[in-house]
Write a protein that binds this ligand. Sequence first.
Ligand code: PGA
Length: 230
Amino acid sequence: MIYAANFKTNHTRTSTHAYIQELQSQLHQKKSEDSVYIFPPLTALDHYEAADFTIGVQNAYPVLNGAYTGEVGLEQLQEFNIKTILIGHSERRNIIGESQETIAKKFRFFKEQGFEIIYCIGEALEVREAGDEAVMAQLISQFDGIDTNYEKLIIAYEPIWAIGTGRSATVAEIESTHNALRKTIHKPILYGGSVKGENIAEIAAIENVDGVLVGGASLKPETFLELVLH
Ligand code: PGA
């Protein structure tokens, strides 16, 4: 299983240091086949001694460096040896307004740089209510311009209506969506959306769920560890 913690716009450099220290002191208990990823805010990047986990970024701009006011490029990531990135998160699509074209451009750039990419897809509530066919059509459209055969690709399926709402998708919904995705995607597929201590066991047990991407329940080391060590 893959356990990925997405801090979003939470935590500072100081609190991320404390978090990582706490996490590191407990991670020897995890199963050796499991992997853990932490996505802190960009200001918290540092020279961490990440022995049992990988630090990635939630976002970056697809350039080495240059005149892109307010953005962080490859050069700034290389300083901290970052080689993992989240691309396509629904908050970036819907709140920041990233188009599929922008996302595909980012994907191509970081693929060329050999980054490990956690690529997020997910449907809106009205699409889920329209039925399975509509859901798959929306998910497939989010693969436009994306090389789904990229060797360092991990997919994260995150229904938008389940993110940060406390209402996870049901086991049946997760199972049918992951099974449908598995027909065309031969990469690990994570589920994300209100994953927490109470539902990790049933979600992790679903066939074709290869891991979880966690927001709210990842913010405290103890609640994230509850998932990793369940
Ligand atoms: P959540 O967020 O766990 O708070 O629902 C998941 C995500 O957006 O990755």
